[in-house]
Design a protein around this ligand. Structure first.
Ligand SMILES: N[C@@H](CCC(=O)N[C@@H](CS)C(=O)NCC(=O)O)C(=O)O
Length: 191
């Protein structure tokens, strides 16, 4: 059995929730209060952060690594495209995720010019999506899953207007059709 040490408000946890849902994997959730974390979470992850995934005696932290593990361990349905170049470009986006998270958290902290920096990154994603349906090319997958939790929270919790980014908005609408993302929208609405 898989256990996910989880927090509703955490977009990194959302990456794992979405991948588990896409693969139809059953799991149980242990909700961690991020404002009052139990001491034992440090035994699962020395950094004390969620998500942490536990499968029998195997314990793993880091959302991007957990999603890669799920992809290797439960290959169907695949969440990386078949084409090696598309996979590599998708992985590069995940590797460079800080380019979105840094301005996103700067907006959350109320830093000057952070909105401009976030909108600059959204414009880059928009430009990429003008030429392809998904972040890793022709197929939905782990690159989309890596980014969409922040895009939903920016739109629904931080009043970031995605309307200026037509291709990005269409990508969000496309993703929202998927039950895994619709479930995450419910989580975001409940925060
Ligand atoms: N690089 C980690 C980041 C996880 C992370 O920052 N989680 C936050 C919640 S969204 C957390 O646990 N924060 C508590 C802390 O940093 O002490 C991942 O991708 O899983």
């Amino acid at each position: 059995m898989i256990t996910l040490y989880d927090a509703d408000r955490c977009p990194y946890c959302a990456r794992v929730r979405i991948a588990l849902a896409e693969k139809g994997i059953e799991y149980e959730t242990v909700e961690i209060d991020l404002d009052d974390r139990p001491a034992w979470i440090y035994e699962k992850n020395p950094l004390g952060r969620v998500p942490v995934l536990e499968e029998d005696t195997f314990v793993l932290a880091e959302s991007a690594v957990i999603d890669e593990y799920l992809e290797d361990r439960y290959p169907e349905p695949a969440l990386w495209p078949a084409d090696p170049a598309e996979r590599a470009l998708g992985r590069m986006l995940v590797f460079r995720f800080d380019e979105l998270s840094k301005p996103y958290y700067a907006v959350r902290r109320g830093e000057d010019d952070a909105h401009l920096r976030l909108e600059g990154k959204l414009a880059q994603l928009d430009a990429l999506l003008q030429g392809q349906l998904f972040l890793s090319g022709r197929e939905f997958g782990l690159a989309d899953i890596a980014y969409v939790p922040w895009i939903l929270r920016a739109r629904d919790r931080m009043d970031v207007d995605l309307g200026r980014f037509a291709a990005l908005s269409k990508w969000v609408a496309r993703l929202e059709q998927r039950p895994s993302i619709a479930a995450e929208l419910d989580v975001v609405a409940s925060l």
